[in-house]
Design a protein around this ligand. Structure first.
Ligand code: GLV
Ligand code: MN
Ligand code: MN
Length: 409
């Protein structure tokens, strides 16, 4: 018999311990290939060793805990240990911890399965540090493009240098890739990050697909000027153009009636000062949809309206699309197996799509994927108020254990 309550309490304690590892004392800040990433990875490795898993780390710092099976095939169970700036404790870490607790269930009892288990703690899901994200899972999937090594963070540090400073060798990234014969499936447990499970009074959901994403980097070039002397009609204010883009994103997305969501969460004014008309502003528009066709239609219309407003305001404009990630379907057979594992625990699985991005998007290039969602309070995520109850986490870990027990890989 699984002690569901004890599993949930252990998950909660582990999440809080991991959550204390931050670059700042009063909020969670944990980015890819930083000292905090190092400390979090070390803690995960310690837990994996205590769970009797063989621990290794690849060239991008992904921690792997392995429990061997009777064949070379492996079920990969993963999530991420990086966080957004001022993030919550559960987004990512819960999936890694659920994987460790589930693998421990078999490893501690010396119970070998037909396939091995690899618990993966990725470090680059949130895309906070570098312009492109999912490098860790792409390396595991064998799709890491080495051109990424030249991308830079805000301080001008290349990914290549960040890897070296982390004590790793960029030439070894290719060795992180799983072979298709070995990687039988990838499964991820994650808080829902939305309100549906709570609304429907269900602790667990089965994910049908991960929404596609576009990122547009928009830069306006106007003319910097004195805030006190340049008449309003003679200004070429780059920030006023950017403000129109924010409202345009909101208006056009609302017009799609739920098909597309669009967000401007980052605006940079390089020479910001209260008494200077902004001459240069850059922003990123995050656009997501469950339908690639709707997303592409939205991006085309959005770009043409931005061009029109830049013309009207006599602003120079550069639009660079840094992401165009298609919707990733979860494997139908694995969805059913996941639903069965939920039912076996007495729950009624809710099928729902993920609006958030996940490492599964990258892993789906390697093998079939499945995801389980766990109810979180108020649907709140990317926010320190993020919360999933110990009881729900225990139910999720138990369902993951049943999924593993019954998996036919
Ligand atoms: C990651 O959380 C994302 O969906 O951006
Ligand atoms: Mn996440
Ligand atoms: Mn996130």
């Amino acid at each position: 018999m699984l002690d569901v309550k004890a599993l949930g309490e252990r998950a909660d304690t582990m999440i809080r311990t991991l959550g204390s590892i931050s670059a700042e004392p009063n909020r969670l800040v944990r980015s890819f290939l930083t000292p905090e990433h190092r400390a979090a990875a070390d803690l995960i490795a310690k837990w994996m060793r205590a769970a009797k898993l063989d621990v290794s780390e690849d060239a991008l710092g992904t921690v792997r805990g392995h429990w061997p099976g009777y064949s070379e095939k492996r079920l990969l169970i993963g999530s991420h240990i990086d966080a957004v700036i001022e993030g919550g404790l559960f987004d990512g870490p819960f999936g890694v911890i659920a994987g460790i607790l589930a693998a421990e269930h078999f490893a501690a009892a010396g119970r070998k399965l037909a396939f091995g288990l690899d618990v993966l703690a990725f470090g680059d899901e949130e895309g906070v540090r570098f312009p492109k994200t999912l490098s860790s899972s792409m390396a595991c999937a064998g799709t890491f493009d080495s051109a990424r090594l030249e991308m830079t963070d805000r301080d001008g540090v290349t990914l290549r240098d960040a890897i070296v400073r982390y004590g790793k060798d960029p030439a070894q990234i290719v060795a992180a890739a799983y072979s298709r014969d070995v990687a039988a499936a990838y499964v991820e447990v994650h808080i829902e990050q939305g309100p549906v499970l709570e609304y429907k009074s269900q602790p667990l959901g089965v994910v049908t697909a991960i929404a596609g994403q576009s990122y547009l980097n928009v830069e306006f070039l106007g003319e910097a000027g004195h805030a006190g002397t340049v008449p309003m009609m003679l200004r070429r204010d780059a920030l006023a153009g950017a403000a129109e883009v924010v409202l345009l994103a909101e208006r056009l997305a609302r017009e799609t009636k739920g098909e597309v969501v669009a967000t401007v969460g980052l605006i940079r004014i390089p020479a910001a000062a209260a008494n200077v008309i902004p001459g240069n502003v850059a922003l990123i528009v995050d656009i997501r949809s469950g339908s690639d066709a709707e997303r592409h239609r939205f991006v085309d219309r959005f770009k043409s309206e931005i061009r029109a407003l830049a013309d009207r305001r006599e602003l120079g404009l550069t639009i660079t699309q840094t992401r165009d990630v298609p919707t990733t379907p979860c494997d139908p057979a694995l969805q059913e197996a996941m639903a069965e594992a939920v039912r076996a625990g007495g729950g009624e699985p809710l099928y729902l799509a993920s609006g958030a991005g996940h490492d599964g998007t990258a892993m789906a290039k390697l093998c079939p994927i499945a995801m389980m969602f766990v109810r979180c309070r108020g649907g709140i995520s990317h926010n320190p108020a993020e919360y999933a109850s110990p009881d729900d986490m225990g139910i999720a870990v138990a369902a993951l254990i049943r999924f593993i027990e019954n998996a036919k890989l």
